[in-house]
Design a protein. Structure first.
Lengths: 249, 451
């Protein structure tokens, strides 16, 4: 699904990722853990194609295709999804309008017929019910006045509707209390399938109690320092990142 | 002594300022008013950028165009050509002016109750001269604004709406001004009167536009509004004019106790437009909501200048202006809130935000608060910014193509101003106008039209 080879990325002329390798197969859930400033958010942004994140070496191959130079909307249309750490508020645009535009843009790209208003409403009812999300959230402006938990659930809802092959969850646990975290994790778990891969980026282990990964990677100073099973997360929780980020004795 | 400079004189020479056959020519009081205004205008001339209120807007384009007043040969339109603003409302009362002349062939009085008068200025001057004398010049002329003086001297057309005490006009009244249906550069001078007596309620929708985006014309318009106690006027103005059009409009409103004046001005085209709005709140409980949107491209220039005067205790006002500027376009917002000495417990808020889509676009914002009372709640704010890159990335990361994502963000930006429109059908009509302004190549959402 995703093959990252020797990836070097600079932001504003400063190298953040320094030869990162990562391979995720279809249906796998991987977690990337790392201290602040290790390059976690840079990795998620560069996979999604955000401007300002310059690939200076290596490549990102998604479903066999090199993503270099592919616009963010095209990546989304090819099945890539980034759940934002800080979902953006868009006043004056109803959540339902936004999601319908997004879905139909992707369907157009994929050569499928657009959903009309009625078909879309039906789909939304199904998805919101499945995830236990109130209809009222769809009528409100995108993320405006949403609580931290609602914003993250809205990201999960978008993921459910857009039905991506690869989802990247960037610090999805940040700003959530334990109840909200459980609800969001439950939503994510419902979307796990043998065709969908996930990359969970997090600072803390606790999210991984609820979304159990197949593999855990430690990212520090721009490269993957270690890869292991889910137990690696517990070890990190106990020992911290000191041994990886050069602050260890 | 004539102090007017050469450029103002050149402008005036073409206008035939003393021509015969103007509305109300047989009324001595009106002739005296015209003469007085003419003298004042010749004395002060056209505003220049040396004047405080005109610092950011130059009337140079007006001097260069060589406008002359209109005559019978300056074109007519058929009803099919009239650009719709309220398409679903076929049966609304409607006046259509073409180059300032009323097209009397179109029905006008649809659904107006008894006690409501809607007509051309000259008919009202003929039929109710005593009533007209009590209102014309009573709200506007005291302010001594040069363009009001010019209009008073020149007034050659206009509409009058009078709604009797306690009467409610349910349907919106649409007034359409079409300019430029001629090869000449022409000028017209509408003088409008809206008088709502105590407890009356009405909605007036002005559409200033052209046919096929062409025509060189000047509209120098003054609208005098008198709102009686507990009356309620919603006043919309949509300006979608040709790229050579000049619109210099001044609205002056006097609002009595517990009366409500809501105004929304949408400017989406024209070489130069100035919308000046002056509201005097002179009864306790009076309210003014003065808002608008401006969307400019090319070398268009739009100036919204407002003054809200809180004259007595317990009055309130709200202003939200939002605009989007592309290419080399420019916009100006000058917003004054004046709280007079006795106007305690005034509540006045003002906001102006502009989105620049191009590095060549320019916004000048000048909010002013003048407060002479001590127990007041007033605020103002003005910001100018660009498209939020993180919002743009958010939309694109969901599969929405960049051009369309930008459109959505422009719509999103303007939504705050549209929220000020109290009537849903008008909000929809104005949203539609905005959608048509956005680049046509982009896919636009159905839902947004409906919200």
């Amino acid at each position: 699904m995703l093959e990252i080879k020797n990836l070097h990325v600079s932001v504003e002329g400063r190298e953040i990722l320094k030869g990162l390798d990562l391979s995720i197969k279809a249906g796998e859930v991987h977690a990337i853990m790392g201290p602040n400033g290790s390059g976690k958010s840079t990795l998620s942004n560069v996979i999604a194609g955000r401007e300002g994140y310059v690939v200076t070496g290596g490549r990102i191959v998604y479903k066999g295709e090199d993503l270099t130079g592919v616009e963010p909307e095209e990546r989304a249309a090819k099945g890539l999804f980034l759940a934002f750490q800080y979902p953006v508020e868009i006043p004056g645009v109803a959540n339902t309008t936004f999601l319908k535009e997004a879905l139909n843009s992707i369907r157009r790209y994929q050569g499928e017929a657009e959903l009309d208003a009625l078909e879309f409403v039906k789909l939304m009812r199904l998805k919101t019910k499945h995830l236990g999300i109130a209809d009222d959230m769809m009528k409100r402006a995108v993320n405006v006045g949403f609580s931290g938990g609602e914003k993250k659930r809205n990201e999960v809802l978008q993921m459910a509707v857009l039905n991506p092959s690869l989802s990247i969850l960037d610090e999805t646990d940040s700003g959530l209390d334990i109840d909200a975290l459980k609800i969001v994790a439950e939503g994510v778990n419902k979307l796990r399938s043998k065709d969908r891969s996930m990359l969970i980026i997090t600072h803390y282990q606790r999210l991984l109690n609820y979304i159990v990964p197949d593999k855990v990677h430690v990212l520090a100073n721009g490269t993957i320092k270690r890869t292991g099973s889910k137990e690696l997360a517990l070890e990190l929780e106990e020992k911290g990142y000191a041994e990886f980020d050069g602050t260890a004795a | 002594m004539i102090r007017t400079d050469d450029s103002s004189l050149n402008f005036l020479q073409n206008l035939n300022i003393d021509r015969p056959g103007l509305p109300g020519a047989s009324l001595p009081w009106l002739n005296a008013l015209r003469q007085n205004s003419k003298d004042l205008f010749i004395d002060i001339g056209l505003p220049t950028q040396k004047m405080e209120g005109w610092k950011y807007t130059s009337l140079k384009p007006l001097e260069d165009a060589g406008f002359r007043t209109t005559n019978e040969d300056d074109g007519l339109v058929s009803i099919e050509q009239v650009p719709p603003l309220l398409p679903e409302l076929d049966e609304v009362p409607r006046l259509v002016f073409v180059n300032g002349r009323l097209q009397s062939s179109f029905p006008t009085q649809n659904g107006l109750p008894d006690g409501v008068y809607l007509d051309h200025l000259s008919n009202i001057l003929n039929e109710m001269p005593g009533w007209a004398e009590k209102h014309i010049g009573k709200v506007a002329d005291a302010n001594g604004l040069p363009l009001v003086q010019l209009n008073t001297a020149m007034m050659d057309t206009g509409y009058v709406l009078r709604v009797g005490s306690g009467l409610v006009v349910e349907k919106p009244i649409e007034i359409i001004f079409i300019g430029g249906v001629t090869d000449n550069s022409i000028a017209y001078f509408p003088r409008n009167l809206i008088v709502l007596e105590d407890g009356a309620k009405a909605t007036v929708v002005e559409h200033h536009t052209c046919i096929g985006s062409v025509g060189s014309y000047l509209s120098n318009m003054v609208t005098e509004i008198t709102l009686g106690a507990s009356s309620n006027l919603s006043h919309y103005k949509v300006q979608a004019e040709s790229k050579d059009a000049i619109h210099l409009g001044s609205v002056q409103a006097l609002v009595a106790s517990d009366a409500k004046y809501d105004s929304f001005t949408l400017s989406i085209g024209g070489r130069l437009s100035r919308n000046e709005i002056l509201v005097q709140l002179n009864g306790s409980g009076a309210y003014a909501g003065v808002s608008g949107g401006y969307l400019m491209r090319g070398n268009e220039h739009c100036d919204n200048t407002t003054t809200i005067e809180h004259l007595v205790p317990d009055t309130s006002s709200r202003e939200v202006f939002k605009g989007v500027l592309d290419d080399q376009s420019r916009a100006v917002f000058q917003g004054r809130i004046v709280v007079h000495k006795d106007a305690q417990r005034t509540d006045g808020h003002q906001l102006c935000k502009t989105l620049l889509l191009s590095s060549g676009a320019e916004m000048d914002a000048k909010p002013e608060l003048e407060i002479f009372a001590d127990d007041v709640k007033c605020s103002h704010g003005a910001t100018t910014g660009q498209i939020d890159e993180s919002a743009l990335f958010y939309l694109r990361s969901r599969g929405i193509p960049e051009a369309h994502a930008r459109n959505l963000l422009v719509q999103s930006f303007l939504a705050e101003a549209l929220e000020e429109i109290p009537q849903e059908d008008m909000k929809k009509a104005i949203s539609n106008k905005i959608l048509h302004w956005l680049p046509a190549s982009c896919y636009l959402s159905e839902e947004w039209r409906e919200t």
